[in-house]
Design a binder for this molecule. Structure first.
Ligand code: SF4
Length: 239
């Protein structure tokens, strides 16, 4: 296992989130939590850390309006796949086809991801779990902005806690920066092991990048093989 990128900002945010959850629980069982304004208490209620199934989490997310991406979406794209997946793929956010379908990775890049999963790794798409950092489509497919990522990240974290996979494979720069480090450089740092919520993370390129740069498929295949070895899957020589 390679070096872990330590991100004190993320660690502190996690600790603060944990304290908030404890305060919400106090309130629920009738204890008096430290004095907070009504708006702060409302904010605490938006944290999903007490939910233990994907269905409950999806209900909790509901018709979310926690960030401005809600305005342009057709569908909120929560994620799909097995709740017991050993491997979770995390992309950046829904594109046009995903927004229309309400499902992640269904466009051209999604078909390439399915090929990597099924033809390359020998898994079924339904066996893994596929989701994104933000659940609503950014306009014109721009990068999600920091406040949008921050608003949506608790949902992704809770998805990962519930599924508790052996491996997370991040696709492209945005999810690696959201989960590992804001300074993460995908071209220099992909292909090594990191850790998030004590789960092994393998960052690789986004399939959309592979459509523009087919030569990078070699690196993605190397990263996929590394994941397969870690999961004890049979590694084929060729895709
Ligand atoms: S992107 Fe996430 S936080 Fe923003 S509205 Fe959609 S579900 Fe809510």
């Amino acid at each position: 296992m390679g070096s872990r990128v330590i991100n004190p900002h993320e660690e502190l945010k996690d600790i603060i989130g944990h304290l908030r959850n404890l305060m919400v629980m106090d309130r629920e069982i009738g204890l008096d939590p430290p004095k907070l304004s009504p708006s702060s208490l409302d904010y605490l209620d938006t944290r999903p850390a007490h939910l233990s199934s994907l269905e409950d989490l999806r209900d909790f997310v509901g018709d979310c309006k926690r960030c401005k991406l809600c305005h342009g979406r057709t569908h909120l794209v929560f994620g799909e796949g097995s709740a017991k997946a050993r491997l979770v793929f995390v992309g950046e956010g829904p594109g046009r086809e995903e927004d229309l379908a309400g499902r992640p990775f269904v466009g051209e890049a999604g078909r390439l991801l399915s090929k990597i999963i099924e033809n390359g790794m020998g898994l079924k798409r339904e066996e893994v779990y596929i989701c994104n950092v933000v659940k609503c489509r950014p306009p014109q497919n721009r990068d999600p902005e920091e406040d949008e990522i921050e608003a949506c990240l608790p949902f992704l974290k809770q998805q990962l806690r519930i599924i508790s996979p052996e491996v997370i494979c991040t696709l492209g720069r945005i999810p690696a920066q959201a989960l590992l480090s804001r300074e993460f450089r995908i071209t220099r740092q992909r292909g090594q092991w990191y850790s998030f919520l004590d789960i092994s993370v393998m960052p690789t390129y986004h399939p959309a990048y592979l459509l523009r740069n087919p030569a990078a498929k070699r690196e993605v295949w190397a990263d996929a093989q590394e994941i397969m070895r870690t999961m004890g899957l049979e590694v084929k020589r060729h895709v």
